[in-house]
Design a protein around this ligand. Structure first.
Ligand code: AQP
Length: 339
């Protein structure tokens, strides 16, 4: 049942794109943190398949990965009894609000988005309008649910800012239609870096599979990837977040810190004077042991297609009901005939 307005719990919205197998970055920067929030907040978490098609996808794979992502959310500890879990494309309100918000967003603002610049450089043969207006769809995702907080990794903070700007602009014209959301950044793990180019973030669509750890990788593959992570020639275990030359070591220390509920500084102190090989071995073990129970749970859940279908269908129904209320209000405000 939804809570009453007087004592409404704050609402959280977030999601991950099923654009590849989920990485350790997605897990540590996003999903893992949602688990801790689900008791305190009204949470809605989506599989963001509409965002995924800004980059070419194989249809059958996208469908499969969307369900795998749902199973992974649950395996990571997201409770479908407490949270709304749904597939973005199953709620047409996202596309509808996105269109309206497009008319309240400036080209100049979108031009400044780092993700657009990065992705258009990476996919130079397919710089489509969807890639450009991605932040507008993301704003619609958030604003439809009147979300107060949006837990994201550091890379998405710029999109939260533009979402706030669009909402404030709309509210300034039409009154208090949208809740102005705030980004919620985790203290550690907010930006896990590529294992091969540690000045770049770890990304599930990286062409080099050695650069990322997939939550679905075999455990020995995970260990191998960590052991071949790029470091530096200095051979000193120290956490120096502002030193680009230490980016590889900083990343390993950060990963170890999140996996062991510590801080990178404390981990560095623990391994001081030891070789990179020792540190890598310890990180590999911590990551594998952290992922092991999730994988066991995932393997069990993914087999139960009826269970998963029940969850996303129920989720779509609830998501639709909440989002429709916002959409109707918006349509009325901008002058559409709604009855
Ligand atoms: N490397 C990362 N470290 C910490 N958090 C991260 N996130 C992504 N990468 C890291 C967070 O995961 C959530 C879901 O991200 P997404 O799938 O919507 O898109 P993304 O940010 O573009 O992630 P990827 O892995 O880089 O996907 P592709 O390769 O498809 O573009 C977000 O909260 C994000 O901050």
């Amino acid at each position: 049942m939804e809570t009453q307005n007087t004592e409404r719990k704050k609402r959280i919205f977030s999601g991950v794109q099923p654009s590849g197998t989920i990485t350790l970055g997605n897990y540590l920067g996003a999903i893992r943190n949602w688990v801790a929030l689900q008791d305190e907040y009204d949470c809605a978490f989506a599989m963001m398949d509409m965002h995924s098609i800004t980059v070419r996808q194989t249809p059958a794979e996208l469908r499969k990965r969307t369900l795998e992502l749902l199973a992974l959310y649950i395996a990571c500890g997201i409770d479908p009894e407490k949270c709304i879990l749904f597939i973005q494309s199953q709620n047409s309100a996202h596309a509808e609000l996105s269109w309206v918000l497009n008319c309240f967003t400036y080209m100049g603002e979108l031009n400044r988005m780092t993700q657009f610049k990065d992705k258009s450089a990476k996919h130079a043969d397919n710089i489509n309008a969807g890639l450009f207006t991605y932040p507008v769809l993301m704003a619609a995702d958030i604003l439809l649910y009147q979300a107060d907080l949006v837990p994201v990794g550091k890379d998405q903070m710029q999109h939260i800012e533009i979402c706030r700007d669009i909402a404030q602009r709309f509210n300034a014209v039409y009154g208090n239609v949208f809740t102005i959301p705030e980004g919620l950044l985790v203290k550690s793990g907010a930006k896990i870096m590529s294992l091969q180019e540690p000045t770049k973030k770890m990304s599930k669509s990286d062409e080099n599979p050695k650069a990322f750890i997939s939550m679905m990788d075999d455990f020995n593959v995970i260990a191998k990837k960590i052991k071949s992570a790029v470091t530096d020639s200095e051979g000193v275990i120290e956490y120096r977040p502002d030193d680009e030359n230490k980016a590889g070591v900083n990343n390993l220390l950060s990963i170890m810190a999140v996996m062991t509920d510590s801080t990178p500084e404390k981990v560095a102190a623990l391994y001081e004077g030891q070789g990179y090989g020792t540190l890598k071995g310890a990180v590999a073990e911590a990551v594998v042991e952290g992922i092991r129970p999730i994988r066991a749970e995932y393997d069990r859940i993914i087999k139960d297609k009826a269970y998963l279908q029940g969850i996303y269908r129920q989720g779509a129904e609830t998501a639709h009901r909440i989002a429709d209320r916002t959409l109707k209000k918006v349509y009325k405000k901008v002058g559409f005939v709604i009855d």
